[in-house]
Design a protein around this ligand. Structure first.
Ligand SMILES: [Zn+2]
Length: 386
């Protein structure tokens, strides 16, 4: 790693929501940002050979995928069932998908459930520079009831078994606790939930007493109210939130992680009936997403395993009424807040990790420009140049 480096572009968006800086630059020392300013004010502080200038590029903070699964690969036939593949296959897959994520500008990934604690091994291997990938926050095993949804989750029933599952996850190295409460697509008018209040409270108690946040796969319904009352920190997906449920969330400290692509894009590797299940509610879910975007709900965004496609998720947010700046914040500052690392990542500010992406074109003019990644820097290391 070069101990000192200045990277500059024709525009810099720091991710705080502040206006962009023309000809902005970031001065990096030992992987940490030490100054952010116009290039001409900083270029005399470093040797000429340590200046990287991308005159056609816009600098943004490294992106944060707030809902990911390392071993889901939508390029595989029937990919959800492929979560049952053997450990060696899933681990190799994870090494591949992490690289795809990193090269698309994702420098932090919040992993919301994988089998065999492979996310813990991947996190360590990335930290030790043995394999390329984003910085990982890992939920390890997703916890679900026997009769519940959750291809990635594993079954645990009753407070005693659930308590043990949470404690085992923590012992294995979990950074947060993830559980599945509802399905992904509503069946009928009501949204069933599959864990009791006592089970939910057990998860929250065990996680909180170990200083960990809890996150729940929940699309809405009575289960959502139970989670809010029980002190769950983050709701994942929220596809079918009613106006009443939106107002509940607006008045709590609970965050929502949006994963719109799951509903809005047909998937050629899923069966026609699975695709149809998503398609039939697409208009309703779009209308709900607009209501969420227009509310005061605090939200971040994730791909749910659509590796390399975070830019597409942001496009869905913009299509639902988010400003380009708010969409970008969902994948930077807000992602860092959901991960609890906002003091270290998520914006280009002094004292934070030098996680920087240079992209061709301005994402504030057209959010799809985020897909044109020119360089990815993580903690001061150049890990990709396109
Ligand atoms: Zn997921």
């Amino acid at each position: 790693m070069n101990s000192q480096m200045l990277i500059s572009g024709h525009l810099l968006i720091d991710g705080t929501g502040n206006p962009p800086i023309e000809n902005g630059a970031v001065l990096i020392e030992n992987g940490i940002i030490v100054a952010v300013d116009e290039k001409y004010k900083l270029e005399n502080l470093v040797r000429k050979e340590d200046i990287i200038f991308y005159p056609e590029s816009v600098l943004i903070p490294g992106l944060i995928d707030s809902h990911n699964h390392l071993s889901i690969d939508p390029n595989l036939d029937n990919y959800l069932s492929r979560m049952d593949d053997r450990e060696s296959e899933l681990t190799i897959r994870a090494c591949y998908t992490m690289k795809t994520d990193l090269y698309s500008g994702v420098t932090t990934s919040r992993c919301m459930g994988d089998r065999f604690f492979l996310d813990v091994a991947c996190k360590k291997a990335v930290e030790e520079h043995r394999i390329p990938g984003p910085r990982l926050l890992v939920a390890t095993r997703g916890i679900r009831a026997t009769h519940a949804h959750g291809f990635v989750g594993l079954p645990f029933d009753g407070p005693d078994m659930i308590r043990l599952a949470v404690r085992e996850n923590i012992k294995a190295g979990a950074d947060l606790i993830k559980f599945y409460l509802t399905g992904t697509v509503r069946k009928g008018e009501k949204i069933p939930y599959y864990l009791s209040e006592e089970e939910i409270k057990t998860i929250v108690y065990e996680a909180k007493s170990n200083g960990l946040k809890t996150a729940v796969h929940c699309i809405g319904g009575k289960g959502l109210e139970l989670c809010i009352e029980s002190g769950v920190d983050i709701i994942e997906h929220g596809y079918y939130l009613t106006d009443y449920e939106i107002s509940l969330l607006e008045n709590t400290s609970t965050w929502l992680v949006l994963t719109p692509g799951e509903f809005f894009e047909d998937k050629e590797n899923l069966s026609p009936d699975k695709n149809e299940a998503f398609r039939k509610d697409r208009a309703e879910v779009k209308e709900r997403l607009k209501a969420i975007i227009n509310s005061k709900i605090k939200y971040a965004v994730g791909t749910d395993g659509a590796h390399g496609c975070l830019a597409k998720e942001l496009k869905h947010l913009v299509d639902a009424g988010a400003t380009e700046m708010d969409a970008l914040k969902a994948a930077t500052l807000n992602g860092a807040k959901v991960c609890g690392i906002e003091d270290k990542a998520g914006t280009l500010e002094v004292g934070k990790y030098a996680d920087i992406v240079a992209i061709k074109g301005n994402p504030l003019d057209d959010i799809t420009n985020l897909a044109q990644v020119k360089i990815v820097i993580k903690q001061g290391n150049i890990l990709f140049q396109g």
